[in-house]
Design a protein around this ligand. Structure first.
Ligand SMILES: [Ca+2]
Length: 589
């Protein structure tokens, strides 16, 4: 275990540049394959090799034979993270500063910018086969007829199987698409599982596309983007997986959170001097404990199933003798989600279908469906045990707080709980470190630069007649080997939540009108001791830096109003924002 001082490399002297020597590792005979695997709405401590009790042997094995980053960051939300990952830019530069709506501002168009290129577009021109599987969610045009200018095949991918929108049933997901055609999972001659479960469909298609690539173009390397919707609401999982976790969460939030906190410290992933952030939710006051515990059992089962699929992908690479020369990266798109979807009300399941059935070949588009194909209504609330296809329920704030152990806040927010994610890098032929930790702060914007570097590709100044915004991220190749990556600062803006990280210092604010807080992250990464009042000069300088970033990257001007208090996108914020926006011009479609 590595006990190197945290953040030591973060405060590099200005101008210190480290260049990666070409001879550092023997150049593989063939360019490496690259697979980026991303999960959805999971917290920092939700996988085994980051302190979780949830069983993730496949990811743990990648970690044991690769490098784990302790300070890797996403953007706090699904679409902006996906836009950043694909383009190497901050989300607003890719025109996806928020969700999939056009707010008539450059940074907030809800449709991937043509002044950005995707990793697939860049690697394709470097001779790679390119594949995307799973959630897309970077275009507001998600109807079966498109327009499809920002669907995967029009953004550099050779093949695609997945969902164009952001969330949906795991048993019957809306906007399911193969290549350029929307399909029904129950009328798909190419894929006929006994039970359709989206996580398995993603894993199976990843395996199949790797096989087909090797059969058809054995001399070409490939890039694959595997984007699971695990463990975004609804809590949908197969009973055989839920059974593994039966009773595991009956003791409530605190024992699980404490155990994760201790394991994180033992593993060296967090500094023992950091305090555990406050507990959200009091188990003693939970009225329906079996229901609340079941929510987490299902959540754990969803992650378990994803890990089984990752295991199958790894096994296939091994079978094809490609594992050594494949860079596999695993990350999460945002922190655990405290949203309340489906947790209110008290619906019951009727004995018989009450609605007209939907034909098996019908294309469905819903994020939150009203019924199953058979005609059973979708049921929600505390009378409904989550898991089966006719339920649609989120796991709620108490468990999200557990997911984000030891940090504060959730998805949406840019305190550490919203933006801290594991990053596992596994590449036997290219990374010598085994089971080690890398403490340098880095960000999802870095994955494009890393892919360009690893693939020996060139990031273009112009693509398809459009000027391309210069790359924001830095290659993590040096960091894979424990060498410093030069970087002045990392920035965030989401729904008026703001942050900047410079070395050991983090400036952060919640909500458009919220005051700035300042933390010494080296001593206090759980953001418990606000130093804003003690460090007015530092605060002022960092605020100026953040504002310059926000204007440069088009995070400003804002669609958010400081007086909203709560950001749009949260339940409270949407209500408030909706009321205010109603009297003004309509900015969403
Ligand atoms: Ca997400």
């Amino acid at each position: 275990m590595e006990r190197r001082s945290f953040l030591k490399t973060a405060g590099l002297a200005a101008g210190a540049v480290w260049t990666f020597p070409a001879s550092f590792h023997a150049a593989p005979a063939q360019k490496p394959n690259i697979i980026i695997i991303m999960s959805d709405d999971m917290g920092f401590s939700d996988i085994g090799c980051y302190g979780s009790e949830i069983q993730t042997p496949a990811l743990d094995s990648l970690a044991a034979n690769g490098v784990r980053f302790t300070q890797f960051y996403n953007t706090a939300r699904c679409c902006p993270t996906r836009a950043s990952l694909l383009t190497g830019l901050y989300p607003h530069q890719a025109a996806v500063g928020h969700m999939m709506e056009d707010r008539n501002l450059d940074g907030y168009q809800g449709d991937l910018s043509r002044n950005a290129v995707t990793i697939a577009e860049v690697l394709k021109s470097a001779g790679y086969g390119t594949y995307a599987v799973g959630k897309w969610h970077v275009t507001r045009f998600a109807g079966p007829e498109g327009p499809k200018h920002n669907w995967p095949l029009q953004r550099g991918f050779d093949r695609y199987y997945g969902t164009i929108t952001g969330a949906g049933s795991f048993y019957d997901p809306g906007t399911l698409t193969r290549d350029n055609t929307m399909i029904s999972p129950f009328a798909d001659p190419e894929y006929k599982p006994k039970v359709f479960y989206y996580t398995d469909a993603i894993s199976d298609h990843a395996v199949r596309l790797i096989q087909e690539h090797r059969e058809r173009t054995p001399d070409k390397p490939f890039f694959m983007y595997v984007s699971y919707t695990t463990a975004h609401w609804p809590m949908h999982a197969l009973e055989e997986d839920i059974a593994k976790y039966k009773g595991k969460y009956d003791g409530g939030y605190e024992p699980i959170r404490r155990a994760r906190f201790e394991r994180l410290k033992q593993m060296g992933l967090i500094d023992p001097k950091w305090e555990l952030s406050p507990q959200a939710g009091n188990w003693d006051e939970v009225l329906n404990k079996p229901w609340e515990a079941r929510c987490m059992e299902v959540y754990a089962a969803m992650i378990d199933r994803m890990d089984q699929g990752i295991g199958r992908i790894v096994a296939e690479l091994k079978r094809l003798n490609q594992l050594d020369n494949t860079l596999i990266l695993f990350l999460e798109d945002n922190g655990g989600c405290a949203e309340n979807t489906g947790r209110n009300g008290n619906m019951t399941r009727p004995a018989q279908p009450t609605l007209p059935p939907i034909p098996l070949d019908a294309i469905r588009l819903e994020v939150i469906p009203k019924q199953t194909r058979e005609g059973f209504p979708i049921i929600q609330g505390q009378g409904v045990m989550p898991g089966p296809p006719d339920t649609y329920i989120a796991y709620g704030q108490g468990w999200a707080n557990v997911s984000n152990t030891p940090f504060r806040e959730y998805k949406h927010f840019v305190h550490e709980g919203g933006i801290a994610t594991p990053l596992i890098a596994h590449w036997p032929a290219g990374i010598r470190r085994k089971g080690e930790l890398e403490h340098q702060p880095s960000h999802v914007i870095d994955l494009m630069a890393t892919c360009v570097d690893v693939a020996g590709a060139k990031y273009p100044a112009e693509f398809a007649g459009n000027k391309i915004t210069p790359l924001e991220g830095r290659s993590l190749l040096p960091a894979f080997h424990g060498k410093p990556v030069e970087r002045e600062a990392i920035f965030w803006e989401h729904e008026g939540n703001r942050a900047i990280r410079m070395g050991r210092w983090k400036l952060v604010a919640k909500n458009p009108g919220g005051p700035w807080e300042l933390y010494d992250v080296e001593n206090d990464r759980t953001e418990m001791h606000d130093l804003a009042a003690k460090e007015p000069e530092r605060l002022k300088a960092m605020v100026a830096q953040w504002e310059a970033y926000a204007r440069r990257t088009k995070a400003l001007p804002w669609p958010w109003k400081p007086e909203y208090g709560q950001p749009a996108g949260t339940a409270a914020g949407e209500k408030k924002a909706g009321k205010k926006a109603a009297g003004k011009k309509k900015t969403t479609k």
